[in-house]
Design a protein around this ligand. Sequence first.
Ligand SMILES: Cc1cc2nc3c(=O)[nH]c(=O)nc-3n(C[C@H](O)[C@H](O)[C@H](O)COP(=O)(O)OP(=O)(O)OC[C@H]3O[C@@H](n4cnc5c(N)ncnc54)[C@H](O)[C@@H]3O)c2cc1C
Length: 400
Amino acid sequence: MTEKTHAIIAGAGIGGLTAALALARAGFRVSMLERAALIDDVGAGLQLSANATCILRDLGLLERLWRVALSPEVLHVRRASDGTELMRMPFGALAETRWGAPHLVVHRADLQRLLLEEAARSPDITVETNTEILGFTTLTGGIQVGATQGGEQVRYDGHLLIGADGLRSTVRERLGLGLGDQPVYSGRSAWRALLPAQDAPAFALMLASNLWLGPRAHLVHYPLRGGDVVNIVAIVEDKWRGDDDRQFWQTEGDAQFVQDRFAHWHADAQALIGAVKEWRRWPLFDRNTVDRWALDRVVLLGDAAHPVLPFLAQGAALAIEDAAEIGRMASQHGSNIGALVRAYQARRIRRAADVLLASRRQGSIYHMAKPLSLARDLVMRRLTVDAAMARMDWLYGYRG
Ligand SMILES: Cc1cc2nc3c(=O)[nH]c(=O)nc-3n(C[C@H](O)[C@H](O)[C@H](O)COP(=O)(O)OP(=O)(O)OC[C@H]3O[C@@H](n4cnc5c(N)ncnc54)[C@H](O)[C@@H]3O)c2cc1C
Protein backbone atom coordinates (compact mmCIF):
# COMPACT_ATOMS: atom_id res chain seq x y z
CA MET A 1 0.00 0.00 0.00
CA THR A 2 1.40 3.45 -0.89
CA GLU A 3 1.84 5.97 1.90
CA LYS A 4 -0.76 8.75 1.94
CA THR A 5 0.36 12.32 1.37
CA HIS A 6 0.57 13.94 4.82
CA ALA A 7 -0.64 17.52 5.42
CA ILE A 8 0.08 19.33 8.67
CA ILE A 9 -2.36 22.12 9.53
CA ALA A 10 -1.53 24.88 12.01
CA GLY A 11 -4.77 25.97 13.73
CA ALA A 12 -8.09 24.20 14.28
CA GLY A 13 -10.32 27.23 13.62
CA ILE A 14 -13.10 27.17 11.04
CA GLY A 15 -10.63 27.34 8.13
CA GLY A 16 -8.20 24.69 9.41
CA LEU A 17 -10.91 22.19 10.33
CA THR A 18 -12.75 22.55 7.01
CA ALA A 19 -9.45 22.12 5.15
CA ALA A 20 -8.75 18.93 7.11
CA LEU A 21 -12.11 17.47 6.05
CA ALA A 22 -11.59 18.49 2.41
CA LEU A 23 -8.05 17.03 2.33
CA ALA A 24 -9.12 13.75 3.96
CA ARG A 25 -11.76 13.42 1.23
CA ALA A 26 -9.02 13.93 -1.35
CA GLY A 27 -7.11 10.97 0.12
CA PHE A 28 -4.62 12.86 2.32
CA ARG A 29 -3.66 12.10 5.91
CA VAL A 30 -3.95 15.20 8.11
CA SER A 31 -2.36 16.22 11.44
CA MET A 32 -3.95 19.30 12.98
CA LEU A 33 -1.95 21.21 15.57
CA GLU A 34 -3.91 23.65 17.72
CA ARG A 35 -2.35 26.03 20.23
CA ALA A 36 -5.40 26.24 22.51
CA ALA A 37 -5.64 23.67 25.29
CA LEU A 38 -9.35 23.30 24.70
CA ILE A 39 -11.57 24.06 21.77
CA ASP A 40 -14.30 25.67 23.85
CA ASP A 41 -17.21 28.05 23.70
CA VAL A 42 -15.48 31.20 22.43
CA GLY A 43 -16.85 33.62 19.90
CA ALA A 44 -20.33 34.71 18.96
CA GLY A 45 -22.55 34.73 15.88
CA LEU A 46 -21.26 34.10 12.38
CA GLN A 47 -23.24 34.68 9.21
CA LEU A 48 -22.75 31.91 6.68
CA SER A 49 -23.78 32.91 3.18
CA ALA A 50 -24.46 30.49 0.32
CA ASN A 51 -20.85 30.56 -0.92
CA ALA A 52 -19.94 28.85 2.39
CA THR A 53 -22.99 26.69 3.08
CA CYS A 54 -22.78 25.04 -0.36
CA ILE A 55 -19.29 23.82 0.64
CA LEU A 56 -20.49 22.53 4.01
CA ARG A 57 -23.27 20.75 2.11
CA ASP A 58 -20.70 19.11 -0.21
CA LEU A 59 -18.88 17.89 2.90
CA GLY A 60 -22.10 16.28 4.10
CA LEU A 61 -22.57 18.68 7.02
CA LEU A 62 -25.61 20.72 6.06
CA GLU A 63 -28.22 18.59 7.81
CA ARG A 64 -26.33 18.75 11.10
CA LEU A 65 -25.60 22.45 10.60
CA TRP A 66 -29.32 23.11 10.32
CA ARG A 67 -29.77 21.69 13.84
CA VAL A 68 -27.59 24.42 15.36
CA ALA A 69 -28.19 27.26 12.86
CA LEU A 70 -31.06 29.56 11.99
CA SER A 71 -32.07 30.89 8.58
CA PRO A 72 -33.14 34.55 8.77
CA GLU A 73 -36.05 35.24 6.45
CA VAL A 74 -35.01 38.75 5.54
CA LEU A 75 -32.36 41.44 5.98
CA HIS A 76 -33.78 44.76 7.20
CA VAL A 77 -31.60 47.83 6.75
CA ARG A 78 -32.69 50.86 8.81
CA ARG A 79 -31.59 54.43 9.33
CA ALA A 80 -30.27 54.91 12.86
CA SER A 81 -31.84 58.28 13.62
CA ASP A 82 -35.50 57.48 12.90
CA GLY A 83 -35.73 53.76 12.10
CA THR A 84 -36.79 54.36 8.47
CA GLU A 85 -36.40 51.18 6.43
CA LEU A 86 -33.80 51.84 3.73
CA MET A 87 -33.73 48.40 2.19
CA ARG A 88 -35.20 44.93 2.60
CA MET A 89 -33.54 41.91 1.09
CA PRO A 90 -35.19 38.50 1.33
CA PHE A 91 -33.10 35.59 2.58
CA GLY A 92 -34.94 32.32 3.33
CA ALA A 93 -36.24 30.30 0.36
CA LEU A 94 -35.73 33.09 -2.19
CA ALA A 95 -32.05 33.42 -1.33
CA GLU A 96 -31.60 29.65 -1.38
CA THR A 97 -33.09 29.47 -4.86
CA ARG A 98 -31.03 32.38 -6.16
CA TRP A 99 -27.66 31.43 -4.66
CA GLY A 100 -28.14 27.67 -4.54
CA ALA A 101 -27.68 27.15 -0.80
CA PRO A 102 -29.14 28.58 2.43
CA HIS A 103 -28.05 31.77 4.19
CA LEU A 104 -27.58 30.79 7.85
CA VAL A 105 -26.47 32.27 11.16
CA VAL A 106 -24.65 30.10 13.68
CA HIS A 107 -22.56 30.50 16.82
CA ARG A 108 -18.87 30.15 15.92
CA ALA A 109 -18.37 27.57 18.68
CA ASP A 110 -21.29 25.42 17.42
CA LEU A 111 -19.85 25.35 13.89
CA GLN A 112 -16.36 24.61 15.20
CA ARG A 113 -17.74 21.75 17.35
CA LEU A 114 -19.59 20.28 14.37
CA LEU A 115 -16.43 20.36 12.23
CA LEU A 116 -14.43 18.84 15.06
CA GLU A 117 -16.94 15.99 15.50
CA GLU A 118 -16.74 15.25 11.78
CA ALA A 119 -12.92 15.32 11.92
CA ALA A 120 -13.01 12.85 14.84
CA ARG A 121 -14.98 10.40 12.66
CA SER A 122 -12.23 10.32 10.04
CA PRO A 123 -9.41 7.78 10.55
CA ASP A 124 -7.17 10.08 8.47
CA ILE A 125 -7.39 13.16 10.73
CA THR A 126 -5.75 13.67 14.11
CA VAL A 127 -6.17 16.82 16.21
CA GLU A 128 -3.52 17.71 18.79
CA THR A 129 -4.50 20.51 21.15
CA ASN A 130 -2.08 22.43 23.39
CA THR A 131 0.37 22.31 20.49
CA GLU A 132 1.85 25.55 19.20
CA ILE A 133 3.72 25.65 15.91
CA LEU A 134 6.99 27.54 16.20
CA GLY A 135 8.56 27.10 12.77
CA PHE A 136 9.36 24.75 9.91
CA THR A 137 12.17 23.55 7.67
CA THR A 138 11.62 22.53 4.08
CA LEU A 139 13.51 19.36 3.11
CA THR A 140 13.86 17.51 -0.17
CA GLY A 141 10.58 15.65 -0.51
CA GLY A 142 9.04 16.89 2.72
CA ILE A 143 8.67 19.43 5.50
CA GLN A 144 9.57 19.31 9.16
CA VAL A 145 7.46 21.31 11.61
CA GLY A 146 8.65 22.30 15.08
CA ALA A 147 6.14 22.87 17.88
CA THR A 148 5.76 22.90 21.66
CA GLN A 149 3.30 20.55 23.26
CA GLY A 150 2.62 21.16 26.93
CA GLY A 151 6.09 22.71 27.27
CA GLU A 152 7.89 19.86 25.41
CA GLN A 153 9.54 20.37 22.03
CA VAL A 154 7.97 18.12 19.39
CA ARG A 155 8.56 17.57 15.67
CA TYR A 156 6.22 16.55 12.89
CA ASP A 157 7.22 15.33 9.44
CA GLY A 158 4.87 15.82 6.52
CA HIS A 159 4.64 16.75 2.86
CA LEU A 160 2.63 19.99 3.08
CA LEU A 161 2.14 22.64 5.80
CA ILE A 162 -0.99 24.78 5.87
CA GLY A 163 -0.88 27.91 8.01
CA ALA A 164 -4.50 28.31 9.19
CA ASP A 165 -3.33 30.01 12.37
CA GLY A 166 -5.37 33.20 12.19
CA LEU A 167 -4.75 36.94 12.16
CA ARG A 168 -1.32 36.82 13.81
CA SER A 169 -0.12 33.77 11.94
CA THR A 170 3.27 32.37 12.96
CA VAL A 171 3.47 30.48 9.67
CA ARG A 172 2.96 33.72 7.71
CA GLU A 173 5.70 35.39 9.71
CA ARG A 174 8.10 32.47 9.15
CA LEU A 175 7.36 32.68 5.43
CA GLY A 176 8.69 36.21 5.56
CA LEU A 177 5.35 37.66 4.52
CA GLY A 178 4.47 39.19 7.86
CA LEU A 179 7.44 41.53 8.05
CA GLY A 180 6.50 44.92 6.63
CA ASP A 181 2.81 44.30 6.82
CA GLN A 182 1.68 43.73 10.39
CA PRO A 183 -2.06 43.98 11.14
CA VAL A 184 -2.97 47.57 11.99
CA TYR A 185 -5.83 48.77 14.12
CA SER A 186 -8.58 49.89 11.74
CA GLY A 187 -9.87 52.68 13.99
CA ARG A 188 -13.03 50.69 14.70
CA SER A 189 -14.09 48.33 17.46
CA ALA A 190 -16.86 45.77 17.47
CA TRP A 191 -18.77 45.58 20.75
CA ARG A 192 -20.40 42.17 20.90
CA ALA A 193 -23.05 40.67 23.11
CA LEU A 194 -25.27 37.61 23.36
CA LEU A 195 -28.50 38.80 24.96
CA PRO A 196 -30.82 36.15 26.50
CA ALA A 197 -34.16 36.15 24.64
CA GLN A 198 -36.15 36.87 27.81
CA ASP A 199 -34.29 40.20 28.20
CA ALA A 200 -34.65 41.25 24.56
CA PRO A 201 -37.31 43.53 23.05
CA ALA A 202 -39.83 41.58 20.93
CA PHE A 203 -38.75 43.12 17.58
CA ALA A 204 -35.27 41.63 18.03
CA LEU A 205 -36.62 38.07 18.32
CA MET A 206 -38.04 37.97 14.80
CA LEU A 207 -36.28 35.61 12.42
CA ALA A 208 -34.46 38.39 10.58
CA SER A 209 -31.02 39.92 10.21
CA ASN A 210 -31.01 43.60 11.07
CA LEU A 211 -28.58 46.31 10.06
CA TRP A 212 -28.84 49.90 11.37
CA LEU A 213 -26.72 52.59 9.73
CA GLY A 214 -25.61 55.71 11.60
CA PRO A 215 -22.78 58.23 11.36
CA ARG A 216 -19.46 56.56 12.19
CA ALA A 217 -21.23 53.50 13.60
CA HIS A 218 -23.53 50.64 12.70
CA LEU A 219 -25.45 47.96 14.53
CA VAL A 220 -26.17 44.36 13.52
CA HIS A 221 -28.45 41.90 15.33
CA TYR A 222 -30.13 38.57 14.73
CA PRO A 223 -31.47 35.70 16.84
CA LEU A 224 -29.14 32.75 17.40
CA ARG A 225 -29.15 29.28 19.01
CA GLY A 226 -32.77 28.39 18.28
CA GLY A 227 -33.85 31.90 19.28
CA ASP A 228 -32.56 31.55 22.86
CA VAL A 229 -30.25 34.54 22.43
CA VAL A 230 -29.91 37.62 20.28
CA ASN A 231 -26.48 38.17 18.75
CA ILE A 232 -25.61 41.88 18.78
CA VAL A 233 -22.64 43.63 17.19
CA ALA A 234 -22.23 47.39 17.56
CA ILE A 235 -19.34 48.70 15.47
CA VAL A 236 -18.03 52.16 16.33
CA GLU A 237 -15.14 54.33 15.23
CA ASP A 238 -12.83 55.07 18.16
CA LYS A 239 -9.26 55.72 19.17
CA TRP A 240 -8.64 52.47 21.02
CA ARG A 241 -5.12 51.88 22.23
CA GLY A 242 -4.76 48.52 23.92
CA ASP A 243 -1.64 47.07 25.51
CA ASP A 244 -2.62 43.51 24.81
CA ASP A 245 -4.63 43.19 21.66
CA ARG A 246 -3.99 39.43 21.49
CA GLN A 247 -6.48 38.68 24.23
CA PHE A 248 -9.05 41.00 22.77
CA TRP A 249 -11.87 38.50 22.90
CA GLN A 250 -11.56 38.54 26.68
CA THR A 251 -11.62 42.34 26.88
CA GLU A 252 -14.72 43.29 28.80
CA GLY A 253 -16.67 46.17 27.39
CA ASP A 254 -18.27 49.05 29.19
CA ALA A 255 -22.09 49.03 28.90
CA GLN A 256 -22.33 52.74 29.67
CA PHE A 257 -19.90 53.61 26.88
CA VAL A 258 -22.01 51.74 24.33
CA GLN A 259 -25.26 53.25 25.61
CA ASP A 260 -23.78 56.77 25.38
CA ARG A 261 -22.43 56.12 21.91
CA PHE A 262 -25.91 55.11 20.65
CA ALA A 263 -27.86 57.68 22.69
CA HIS A 264 -29.19 59.54 19.64
CA TRP A 265 -30.35 56.46 17.80
CA HIS A 266 -33.96 55.33 17.29
CA ALA A 267 -35.73 54.10 20.45
CA ASP A 268 -35.72 50.44 19.28
CA ALA A 269 -31.95 50.43 18.83
CA GLN A 270 -31.52 52.09 22.23
CA ALA A 271 -33.86 49.59 23.89
CA LEU A 272 -31.83 46.69 22.52
CA ILE A 273 -28.50 48.19 23.54
CA GLY A 274 -29.84 49.20 26.95
CA ALA A 275 -30.88 45.60 27.67
CA VAL A 276 -27.30 44.31 27.40
CA LYS A 277 -25.36 43.96 30.66
CA GLU A 278 -22.19 42.38 29.34
CA TRP A 279 -20.31 43.44 26.21
CA ARG A 280 -17.08 42.12 24.77
CA ARG A 281 -14.94 44.60 22.92
CA TRP A 282 -13.23 43.35 19.79
CA PRO A 283 -10.84 45.81 18.13
CA LEU A 284 -10.88 45.34 14.36
CA PHE A 285 -7.56 44.93 12.59
CA ASP A 286 -6.84 45.42 8.94
CA ARG A 287 -3.98 44.01 6.90
CA ASN A 288 -2.99 44.67 3.32
CA THR A 289 -3.23 41.96 0.72
CA VAL A 290 -0.03 40.22 -0.30
CA ASP A 291 0.69 38.84 -3.74
CA ARG A 292 2.11 35.56 -2.44
CA TRP A 293 0.67 33.15 0.11
CA ALA A 294 2.79 30.17 -0.56
CA LEU A 295 6.36 28.94 -0.83
CA ASP A 296 7.60 25.44 -1.65
CA ARG A 297 5.51 23.21 0.62
CA VAL A 298 3.80 25.88 2.72
CA VAL A 299 0.51 27.70 2.08
CA LEU A 300 -1.65 30.09 4.08
CA LEU A 301 -5.40 29.84 4.50
CA GLY A 302 -8.19 31.93 6.05
CA ASP A 303 -7.32 34.88 8.29
CA ALA A 304 -3.62 33.95 8.15
CA ALA A 305 -3.65 34.79 4.44
CA HIS A 306 -6.29 37.53 4.24
CA PRO A 307 -8.01 38.85 7.37
CA VAL A 308 -11.05 40.85 6.24
CA LEU A 309 -12.97 43.53 8.08
CA PRO A 310 -16.40 42.17 9.02
CA PHE A 311 -18.56 44.59 6.98
CA LEU A 312 -19.59 41.89 4.51
CA ALA A 313 -19.52 39.13 7.16
CA GLN A 314 -17.14 37.04 5.04
CA GLY A 315 -14.21 36.06 7.34
CA ALA A 316 -15.42 32.54 7.99
CA ALA A 317 -16.92 32.14 4.50
CA LEU A 318 -13.60 33.01 2.80
CA ALA A 319 -11.73 30.55 5.02
CA ILE A 320 -14.25 27.85 4.06
CA GLU A 321 -13.83 28.73 0.35
CA ASP A 322 -10.02 28.43 0.74
CA ALA A 323 -10.46 25.05 2.39
CA ALA A 324 -12.64 23.75 -0.44
CA GLU A 325 -10.09 24.93 -2.99
CA ILE A 326 -7.18 23.23 -1.26
CA GLY A 327 -9.24 20.04 -1.24
CA ARG A 328 -9.98 20.37 -4.97
CA MET A 329 -6.33 20.99 -5.77
CA ALA A 330 -5.29 18.02 -3.63
CA SER A 331 -7.67 15.80 -5.64
CA GLN A 332 -6.22 17.12 -8.89
CA HIS A 333 -2.51 17.18 -8.06
CA GLY A 334 -2.18 14.53 -5.35
CA SER A 335 1.39 14.22 -4.09
CA ASN A 336 2.69 16.81 -6.58
CA ILE A 337 2.84 19.43 -3.82
CA GLY A 338 4.52 22.11 -5.93
CA ALA A 339 1.67 22.05 -8.47
CA LEU A 340 -0.95 21.88 -5.71
CA VAL A 341 0.47 24.91 -3.90
CA ARG A 342 0.83 27.00 -7.06
CA ALA A 343 -2.65 26.18 -8.33
CA TYR A 344 -4.28 26.91 -4.94
CA GLN A 345 -2.60 30.30 -4.70
CA ALA A 346 -3.48 31.22 -8.28
CA ARG A 347 -7.13 30.32 -7.80
CA ARG A 348 -7.66 32.08 -4.46
CA ILE A 349 -5.55 35.22 -4.30
CA ARG A 350 -7.72 37.39 -6.55
CA ARG A 351 -11.00 36.36 -4.94
CA ALA A 352 -9.70 37.11 -1.43
CA ALA A 353 -8.38 40.53 -2.52
CA ASP A 354 -11.74 41.36 -4.12
CA VAL A 355 -13.63 40.53 -0.91
CA LEU A 356 -11.09 42.34 1.27
CA LEU A 357 -11.36 45.55 -0.75
CA ALA A 358 -15.14 45.32 -1.00
CA SER A 359 -15.37 44.87 2.78
CA ARG A 360 -13.30 48.02 3.32
CA ARG A 361 -15.52 49.99 0.91
CA GLN A 362 -18.66 48.69 2.60
CA GLY A 363 -17.36 49.96 5.95
CA SER A 364 -17.02 53.50 4.58
CA ILE A 365 -20.52 53.35 3.09
CA TYR A 366 -22.09 52.07 6.31
CA HIS A 367 -20.50 54.81 8.43
CA MET A 368 -21.27 57.81 6.20
CA ALA A 369 -22.47 61.01 7.87
CA LYS A 370 -24.57 63.77 6.27
CA PRO A 371 -24.64 64.89 3.52
CA LEU A 372 -23.16 61.71 1.94
CA SER A 373 -25.50 59.48 3.92
CA LEU A 374 -28.51 61.22 2.35
CA ALA A 375 -27.37 60.16 -1.11
CA ARG A 376 -26.61 56.64 0.14
CA ASP A 377 -30.07 56.35 1.72
CA LEU A 378 -31.73 57.53 -1.49
CA VAL A 379 -29.90 54.94 -3.57
CA MET A 380 -30.80 52.18 -1.09
CA ARG A 381 -34.46 53.12 -0.93
CA ARG A 382 -34.74 53.02 -4.71
CA LEU A 383 -33.22 49.56 -5.06
CA THR A 384 -35.69 46.90 -6.08
CA VAL A 385 -35.48 43.55 -4.32
CA ASP A 386 -34.03 42.00 -7.44
CA ALA A 387 -31.41 44.73 -7.82
CA ALA A 388 -30.45 44.41 -4.15
CA MET A 389 -29.97 40.66 -4.55
CA ALA A 390 -28.13 41.04 -7.87
CA ARG A 391 -25.50 43.16 -6.11
CA MET A 392 -24.62 40.15 -3.96
CA ASP A 393 -24.43 37.57 -6.78
CA TRP A 394 -20.63 37.85 -7.17
CA LEU A 395 -20.21 37.16 -3.45
CA TYR A 396 -22.88 34.65 -2.48
CA GLY A 397 -23.09 32.94 -5.87
CA TYR A 398 -19.32 32.23 -6.04
CA ARG A 399 -18.52 28.59 -6.75
CA GLY A 400 -14.71 28.52 -7.19
C1 LIG B 1 -11.56 33.21 19.59
C2 LIG B 1 -12.15 33.69 18.28
C3 LIG B 1 -13.45 34.13 18.25
C4 LIG B 1 -14.01 34.60 17.04
N1 LIG B 1 -15.29 34.99 17.04
C5 LIG B 1 -15.83 35.41 15.91
C6 LIG B 1 -17.18 35.78 15.87
O1 LIG B 1 -17.87 35.72 16.87
N2 LIG B 1 -17.71 36.24 14.70
C7 LIG B 1 -16.95 36.34 13.55
O2 LIG B 1 -17.47 36.75 12.52
N3 LIG B 1 -15.68 35.95 13.55
C8 LIG B 1 -15.10 35.50 14.69
N4 LIG B 1 -13.82 35.13 14.68
C9 LIG B 1 -13.10 35.22 13.41
C10 LIG B 1 -13.58 34.20 12.44
O3 LIG B 1 -13.84 32.98 13.12
C11 LIG B 1 -12.49 34.08 11.40
O4 LIG B 1 -12.39 35.28 10.65
C12 LIG B 1 -12.76 33.03 10.40
O5 LIG B 1 -13.48 31.96 10.89
C13 LIG B 1 -11.46 32.59 9.77
O6 LIG B 1 -10.98 31.53 10.53
P1 LIG B 1 -9.53 30.97 10.51
O7 LIG B 1 -9.68 29.49 10.72
O8 LIG B 1 -8.76 31.47 9.38
O9 LIG B 1 -8.84 31.63 11.80
P2 LIG B 1 -9.21 31.57 13.33
O10 LIG B 1 -10.65 31.33 13.55
O11 LIG B 1 -8.59 32.77 13.94
O12 LIG B 1 -8.45 30.27 13.86
C14 LIG B 1 -7.05 30.20 14.00
C15 LIG B 1 -6.69 29.07 14.95
O13 LIG B 1 -5.27 28.92 14.97
C16 LIG B 1 -4.82 28.72 16.30
N5 LIG B 1 -3.42 29.14 16.34
C17 LIG B 1 -2.91 30.40 16.29
N6 LIG B 1 -1.56 30.36 16.29
C18 LIG B 1 -1.21 29.06 16.34
C19 LIG B 1 0.06 28.37 16.36
N7 LIG B 1 1.24 29.03 16.31
N8 LIG B 1 0.06 27.02 16.41
C20 LIG B 1 -1.12 26.33 16.45
N9 LIG B 1 -2.34 26.92 16.44
C21 LIG B 1 -2.37 28.27 16.38
C22 LIG B 1 -5.78 29.60 17.12
O14 LIG B 1 -5.81 29.18 18.46
C23 LIG B 1 -7.10 29.36 16.39
O15 LIG B 1 -7.79 28.24 16.89
C24 LIG B 1 -13.22 34.65 15.85
C25 LIG B 1 -11.91 34.19 15.89
C26 LIG B 1 -11.37 33.69 17.09
C27 LIG B 1 -9.94 33.14 17.14
